[in-house]
Design a protein around this ligand. Structure first.
Ligand SMILES: CN(C)C(=N)NCCC[C@H](N)C(=O)O
Length: 266
């Protein structure tokens, strides 16, 4: 008799359905462009399908339709091992997003640490093993970095603050390949010398990858030359069109939070 296999605890991802008010979300470093909300919905579904089609079990955080930017679920939480850190977003408009994300993670059994002292967005956090780069920029302040460091260090994280003046979030500028190479689009990277191995990408969208495992990297359709370069490094790009989210300064990383460890203590 068929049975439901338990989801692989190392391949689960949080996602959050876009608000019908997406077009009213924040834009900081780019000009505002019209959003096709139906296309955004279809693109979000395409993104979710790319996760599930590559072996990820998705868990939907309750929608927050009053919060235009809530689809960018990455900014509300950072996972470190089996602990969830609920952020204190740097933009007041985005602070109400965290309650639903915290509830989802608690329901999944994760111990939750909630930031209160300073501000920090999940998009400013790039983890490479136990090294955790945090962008000190428009959304993440010094008090936020200090609070985050105080939470992560006892868990084994080494927090390194890096300057960020040319992009919204650190992961707007740089992300990392599975081998630890940091990839970035030089015009928006403040100082590549912070990273032991840095490889420039020819397009802004090419600086953003989500590691799907087994050498597969989720990337945006806006960066075809970067996808070729990534393929030439022996990885398999999995390409999704997220144009409507890019118009809101989003990228592939922002639309999910991967839960790669079981809840600590379980
Ligand atoms: C890595 N990135 C870019 C993110 N994690 N988040 C994007 C948030 C975009 C939103 N309109 C805002 O301005 O907050």
């Amino acid at each position: 008799m068929p049975f439901d296999a338990a989801p692989d605890m190392s391949r689960r991802a949080l996602i959050r359905r876009p608000s019908p008010r997406l077009a009213q979300g924040l834009v900081t470093h780019i000009d505002r462009s019209p959003i096709d909300i139906d296309l955004a919905g279809a693109q979000w579904q395409g993104y979710v399908d790319a996760l599930t089609g590559n072996g990820w079990h998705t868990i939907e955080v309750d929608p927050a339709f009053d919060c235009p930017d809530s689809v960018f679920v990455e900014d509300a939480a950072v996972m470190f091992g089996g602990t969830a850190v609920i952020t204190n977003p740097g933009a007041d408009e985005r602070k109400p997003e965290t309650a639903g994300t915290a509830a989802a993670l608690r329901d999944l059994g994760y111990p939750v640490r909630t930031m209160t002292a300073g501000s920090l967005d999940g998009g400013d956090v790039l983890k490479i093993g136990s090294t955790v780069y945090v962008g000190r920029g428009g959304r993440t302040d010094a008090a936020g970095i200090a609070e985050f460091r105080a939470i992560l260090e006892p868990l084994g994280g080494n927090v390194i603050a890096v300057p960020l003046t040319k992009a919204l979030h650190l992961k707007s500028a740089v992300t990392a390949l599975p081998d630890g190479t940091v990839i970035g689009y030089p015009p928006v990277v403040d100082d590549p010398s912070f990273y032991p191995h840095f490889r420039p990408m020819p397009e802004e969208g090419g600086a953003h990858v989500v590691d799907l495992g087994q050498g597969r990297l989720l990337m945006a359709a806006s960066a075809p030359r970067s996808a070729d370069l990534i393929a030439d490094l022996g990885y398999t790009p999995v390409v999704v069109d997220i144009s409507e989210f890019e118009k809101m300064e989003g990228c592939v990383t922002c639309l999910s939070v991967r839960l790669r460890s079981a809840p600590s203590g379980s």
